[in-house]
Design a protein around this ligand. Structure first.
Ligand SMILES: Cc1cc2nc3c(=O)[nH]c(=O)nc-3n(C[C@H](O)[C@H](O)[C@H](O)COP(=O)(O)OP(=O)(O)OC[C@H]3O[C@@H](n4cnc5c(N)ncnc54)[C@H](O)[C@@H]3O)c2cc1C
Length: 203
């Protein structure tokens, strides 16, 4: 058994200049105007006006390591494409768990270990992985790849960075926001990260 951490990796880094220029070209078709050499200014104007369909012309693909509960929350965002590790076809030997803060307490580690042992015990009988998986908890680690356009990414971030969201998805959304702030800033200038408050984790 291993205790892991959430991770996010950008799989398709693209040139900021090419991306913003493409979006400006697409958006200017609406106004029949010519690019003016400052795509950031144009994109700021588009966002301010709420004309966000133009942002759908650019998208990013992320590889995400999280747990089954948070993966379930992510895939509720429908305007995206996903591929996720199968618990039907993958047989686990050494299971990784990504629990929330409270369950990271070493005194509680045996609870996760007992789930792993129960899973392995079932596999020594006539259970297939797709049947034994029922015993695994929400904290079981999973990998998924998601592709979202910039409009949907902004929507995802606004909902999932909010204080009302679960602390683990807020942490994950914070990682995505950091990547965007560094590489594609104009798309998220108006979106801020909230810290993962300890009092939320303790609820
Ligand atoms: C704090 C929080 C608590 C939550 N709690 C629960 C819960 O208890 N139970 C639960 O089931 N879910 C819960 N959710 C999930 C939530 O209901 C949404 O399913 C999820 O956030 C995806 O958001 P969305 O539907 O806006 O966006 P997306 O699926 O990402 O879609 C983006 C936007 O496209 C439009 N759109 C997409 N599909 C349609 C459609 N079929 N018809 C019309 N417009 C559409 C909407 O404008 C939508 O906002 C929770 C989410 C949050 C953030």
């Amino acid at each position: 058994m291993r205790i892991g951490k959430q991770k996010v990796e950008l799989l398709n880094p693209q040139s900021y200049e090419e991306l913003t220029e493409k979006i400006e070209i697409a958006g200017r078709v609406c106004y029949q105007s010519e690019p003016k050499g400052d795509p950031e200014k144009f994109i700021r104007m588009i966002i301010k006006r709420g004309h966000e369909s133009v942002l759908e012309h650019g998208s990013l693909t992320f590889k995400v390591r999280t747990n089954r509960a948070i993966a379930n929350e992510i895939v509720r965002h429908r305007l995206a494409s996903y591929s996720q590790e199968s618990t039907r076809y993958v047989k686990y030997d050494d299971i990784e768990f990504i629990p929330g803060e409270k369950l990271k307490d070493p005194n509680l580690e045996n609870l996760l270990l007992s789930a792993e042992l129960a899973y392995k015990l079932l596999l020594t009988t006539d259970f297939k992985p797709e049947e034994a998986r029922d015993i695994l908890p929400n904290a079981t680690a999973t990998t998924l790849v998601m592709t979202m356009n910039f409009r949907e990414l902004r929507h995802f971030l606004k909902l999932r960075l909010d204080k009302a969201a679960h602390p683990q998805i807020r942490e994950l959304a914070g990682m995505i926001l950091e990547i965007l702030k560094e590489k594609y800033p104009v798309f998220v200038e108006d979106i801020e990260k909230y810290p993962v408050f300890v009092e939320d984790i303790e609820k």
